[in-house]
Design a protein around this ligand. Structure first.
Ligand SMILES: Cc1cc2nc3c(=O)[nH]c(=O)nc-3n(C[C@H](O)[C@H](O)[C@H](O)COP(=O)(O)OP(=O)(O)OC[C@H]3O[C@@H](n4cnc5c(N)ncnc54)[C@H](O)[C@@H]3O)c2cc1C
Length: 435
């Protein structure tokens, strides 16, 4: 298919696939330089993934954590954006196959982020819920509320149990935050909304395959997060793996089976890879191996950054952590390097500045590790809120989120528990934007 309605320019064209943290930073740093920048994304907005769990649990509206990509780049003279699903790269011809036709590039940057990894467990993938995108978070919100509504009218005690039991799989930051938010719903919101239900029958489980929660953080953070969750009534099962899930019952390696229609999967990620990137270019976690300049070694003029890329080194044998600062910092360095490469100068190797990590469990409960400094509890929670508020894209989003948080803090309420569109598995598989 021929290239449609793209500006013609004598400048080299840099195509960025993905308007996530990395892609945005890269495009911003190329503002009004002597290059033509074309960004492609399947959505017309940027998603602030760290707060997806609040959308899923009725704490925030989806549009508080999304921001239109066109608005970010308003006034950029050398920038074009198109909504497009990129399907394939043909490196020999320097062409991308996309849902809006073929697109030529001089330099290509893959900033496609990551997908949920179900480790080949097809049945688990079909029946459980992932949470990497806004449509998925909204599906999750609808499912939680729909199942509570169903529990209300269900006569069979076993089915009622399965509608009210929640199993979160994966004890990383997402799993910890999600199970904490569910525990808060159970404590403060659902008893008021569903007075006819015995909310004590709602059990929340967090399943983690390794010995500790928050494996990438310090032992203190990990222990404290577990204590916080247990205080909030979450059953934390470590060293336990999921063997199967048929939509009604989840079986665990401990021999236990839990009846649940609410299994939320946050146990793994893999690089979001397009066709044309061959399996031998991938490393552990399905990420694309790149050199210290973010270039894919065997391909001319093709780069990858952020979650989809793995810059393997002695210090980071699995690549840098899949977090927003790593993607942003790579975007910043790669912008400088692409300009240098175009001008036949020597690029500079990327150096990661680890700013620490944090996770929240619930009201007044968070854990923070910054280098050797570790703290937990109320102060950590305020630090977590401040950092996330400041990182949100868009002034309006910051204000709306701040007001929501203050309101929830004093009222113990969550204002957005709406079933705007009913969730059904069929709509999820049919609609590509449900991804
Ligand atoms: C639930 C959750 C919580 C998180 N919490 C934190 C946190 O607290 N702190 C932190 O630092 N990090 C957190 N992360 C990780 C962080 O969000 C990622 O590391 C970061 O988003 C990676 O940025 P990226 O630019 O590589 O990709 P992304 O931000 O994922 O962006 C990728 C973009 O590519 C687009 N895309 C993908 N494939 C295609 C295609 N084929 N065609 C067109 N477009 C495509 C997508 O639509 C998306 O816009 C969290 C992630 C999740 C899922």
């Amino acid at each position: 298919m021929a290239e449609k309605s793209l500006p013609v320019s004598a400048q080299p064209r840099i195509v960025i696939v993905g308007g996530g943290f990395g892609g945005i930073e890269l495009a911003k740093r190329l503002k009004n330089k002597d290059v033509q920048v074309l960004m492609l994304d399947r959505h017309n907005y940027h998603t602030f993934q760290p707060l997806l769990y609040q959308v899923a649990t009725g704490g925030l509206e989806a549009d508080s954590i999304a921001f239109p990509l066109r608005k970010i780049f308003k006034g950029y003279k050398n920038f074009t954006f198109r909504v497009a699903e990129v399907q394939k790269v043909i490196p020999e011809r320097k062409i991308l196959e996309t849902s809006i036709g073929d697109i030529k590039y001089d330099y290509l940057v893959l900033a496609t982020g990551s997908d949920t990894n179900f480790f080949g467990q097809k049945e688990v993938e079909h029946y459980s819920m992932a949470m990497k995108t806004i449509p998925e978070a909204l599906n999750l919100r609808s499912m939680i509320l729909q199942n509570m509504e169903e529990a209300l009218i269900e006569q069979d005690a076993h089915i009622k149990d399965s509608l009210m039991n929640f199993v979160v799989v994966g004890g990383g930051p997402t799993g910890v935050e999600l199970s904490g938010a569910l525990a808060e719903l159970k404590m403060h919101v659902l008893p008021n909304d569903y007075p006819e239900l015995d909310i004590n029958n709602m059990d929340i489980y967090l399943i983690e395959g390794s010995p500790d929660l928050l494996g990438s953080m310090s032992a203190t953070a990990s222990r404290k997060a577990k204590d916080f969750l247990e205080e909030m009534g979450v059953t934390v099962l470590t060293n336990v793996r999921v063997l199967g899930y048929d939509g009604k019952q989840i079986s665990l390696s401990s021999g236990q089976s839990i009846p649940s229609k609410n299994v939320l999967w946050s146990a793994g990620v893999k690089g979001s890879i397009i066709d044309g990137i061959s399996p031998d270019m991938l490393v552990r976690g399905g990420r694309i191996r790149v050199d210290e300049f973010n270039k894919i070694p065997s391909l001319d003029c093709i780069y990858a950054l952020g979650d989809v890329a793995a810059m393997v080194s002695d210090e980071y044998p699995n690549g840098h952590p899949g977090v927003a600062p790593a993607a942003i910092q790579q975007g910043k360095t790669l912008a400088k390097n692409l300009l240098k490469i175009i001008n036949n100068q020597q690029p500079e190797p990327f150096k990661y500045n680890d700013k620490g990590s944090m996770a929240t469990v619930g009201r007044n409960k968070a854990v923070v590790d910054i280098g050797k400094i570790r703290f937990q509890g109320v102060f950590a929670w305020f630090v977590w809120m401040f950092v996330h508020l400041m990182s949100l894209v868009g002034f309006r989003n910051k204000v709306v989120t701040f007001v929501n948080w203050v309101w929830s803090y004093f009222s113990f309420d969550r204002g957005t528990r709406l079933i705007i569109r009913r969730f059904s598995r069929e709509s999820m598989t049919e609609d590509p934007l449900a991804k």
